[in-house]
Design a protein around this ligand. Structure first.
Ligand code: KG4
Ligand code: ZN
Length: 339
């Protein structure tokens, strides 16, 4: 049982924190299989319905894990550990993954390793061919979180600052809703922004502490802009959709990268990374690369499929925990917010 450094390590990873049922199998740091089943059912409701998410995870998980083993072509008897997201996320959704992972690990006689979802987003950068060197800074931007993190070692992370209200992903999703775009709105705004003029409309820059973020003012400004202009001209939204998306997106990205830039200057850290669902944004990826090039910083971006929620990142986080002997107790429970 457990890890044998001579033969390498096989890890099954499970992620069910929100609306993706995902599993992956890694051999050391290498991904052998990565399967994601996205719950498209939520889009009809304009947001994730927790109860529905739990039930869909329960329905999907065995199928997803079976498909993952098939893709990896390995016998479950070769597993050394099962890694699973413990939080943050939706409690009922997390419980499905945790119960499954514990039962599977227990049946196979291997340890379970619980993983923090936000740390896993950061560690997705180690799935790259040339991973970051320590220390590095990471801008972790997802549907529920916006964090500026200093990473000193795989499992030694310090949050320098975070949002005081909405997350960057929420700023995208809530704006999309105001513009009658489907959930999740981030990818739709990204696509529409490509044909828009980012200088057409201006949005406020929040006045917050050096490494803190705030997006609720931006969201409110968009709401009032649309309301006032539609009152004057009912076709405003449809006619200016691309410009609205481009201007709004550009302001989110400016706010994010200004803070990252400030942290890099103040700390002198030269390896910079982005992570989380919003790091899938095409303008953020491009502007981040340009910023790093201009300053001689080394940029790190996870591949698209490892930016949004996935289990490969849970697997790599589990791998580094296993190397340090950090397996979890059988009575571990999920947490909705950072414990
Ligand atoms: O990390 P993630 O997949 O799930 C959470 O942990 O929350 O992040 C989901 C968030 C959603 O708010 C979604 O709209 C946003 O990431 N997102 C994007 C893009 N793709 C996903 N935001 C902007 N542009 C994108 N291309
Ligand atoms: Zn996530």
């Amino acid at each position: 049982m457990g890890m044998n450094s001579l033969k390498g390590t096989y890890i099954l990873a499970i992620e069910t924190s929100c609306d993706e049922t995902a599993a992956a199998i890694l051999y050391n740091q290498r991904i052998l299989a990565n399967v994601i089943s996205s719950q498209l059912q939520h889009s009809d409701f304009g947001g994730v319905i927790p109860e529905l998410a739990s039930r869909l995870h329960q329905q999907q998980i065995i199928q997803v894990v079976n498909a993952t083993f098939k893709q990896a072509g390995i016998d479950p008897k070769r597993l050394d550990a099962v890694a699973v997201t413990q939080g943050p996320g939706l409690l009922g959704a997390l419980l499905v993954g945790m119960c499954f992972a514990k039962a599977y690990a227990w049946a196979m006689g291997v340890p379970v390793i619980t993983v923090n979802h936000m740390e896993a987003h950061v560690l997705a950068n180690f799935l790259n061919e040339s991973p970051p060197s320590f220390p590095f800074l990471c801008l972790t931007v997802s549907g529920g979180h916006t964090q500026l993190v200093l990473i000193k070692d795989y499992l030694d992370m310090q949050i320098l600052g975070q949002t005081i209200d909405d997350a960057a992903g929420e700023a995208f999703d809530k704006a999309a809703k105001m513009m009658n775009l489907p959930y999740p709105g981030g990818p739709h705004i990204d696509r529409l922004a490509k044909s828009g003029n980012a200088e057409k409309f201006s949005f406020p820059t929040p006045d917050v502490d050096q490494y803190a973020f705030s997006f609720s003012g931006l969201k409110t400004a968009l709401l009032y802009l649309i309301r006032d202009e539609v009152r004057k001209h009912p076709g405003f939204l449809e006619e200016h959709l691309a410009d609205l998306c481009a201007s709004y997106q550009h302001q989110i990205i400016t706010i994010l990268l200004d803070k990252l830039q400030l942290a890099a200057r103040e700390t002198g850290v030269r390896h910079l990374a982005i992570a989380g669902g919003v790091s899938a944004n095409s303008e953020l990826r491009a502007s981040f690369k340009t910023l790093c090039l201009e300053n001689n910083w080394i940029s790190h971006i996870p591949a698209l499929e490892y930016s949004t929620d996935n289990a490969a990142m849970i697997g790599i986080a589990g791998y580094y925990k296993l190397l340090k002997g950090k397996t979890s107790a059988w009575d571990a429970v999920p947490y909705a917010r950072k414990a």
